[in-house]
Design a protein around this ligand. Sequence first.
Ligand code: HEM
Length: 224
Amino acid sequence: MDSKKDFKTPKISFQIPTVTTTTTAANGNDKSNKLQQNRNDLDPRVNKRVMIQSGCSTLGSNVADSDDDKNNNKKKIRNKVRLKPGHSALDWYKLTNEVGIQGKLITGLDSLIKDEDFLKLNNPNAGNFKCFMFGVPTFKLKPYLRFNHKILQKHVSEDDCWTVHNGKVYCMTYYLHFHPGGADILLEEAAGKDCTRLFNEYHPWVNVEKLFETCLIGAYVSEP
Ligand code: HEM
């Protein structure tokens, strides 16, 4: 038997589900127009309403899937903010590749030279310190520069904002308005603090090491 001849490509038909639901309200009004209006909000993969928002994953947003979800599973309701144009995840990626790579996504470094707490923790004669003085980006230094809680406390404003995640100190200043959870929550809960626990509570799947690769300032130490 000539298997080539007999082979037939299976017919695969795929149709994006369409909304056909028509409900009639108690007062007799037909609600189908309203459903048609929301057609664009339907995710064809799950046929459920989702909030479309640039720069975010397609995980559900603060629209609960159904009334049951709303009543019984409040954890499903997420609090993403609407990001400003030019602040998508892709825009952040481009910024880190073009600007971050030059060490320009980190604020507050100039003040370190006069910061006694910093000078106590880091030896000015060490190789990494000298490279830092020559302008080598902090994320490239080996070993990393060292920072403690006292130093961190001096970088908690919107235009100079540092945080700690998994023992590493990062600058969040330029990321604040790219954050899908909003700038405010970072300023309130993460600025000048170790945000590891809260971070893991909200989104343990987010890869900080990659996202903040060029925002790395150094290592966090608990020494006074
Ligand atoms: C190291 C700093 C942080 C980075 C790089 C970061 C990054 C991100 C990213 C990429 C998302 C989108 C996640 C997704 O769509 O799957 C997100 C969402 C969010 N983040 Fe953060 N985040 C940080 C810290 C925090 C902290 C400390 C909090 C809370 C105190 C927080 C609260 C939120 C919230 C509420 C959302 C939106 C809703 C959600 O995804 O559940 N983030 N963040």
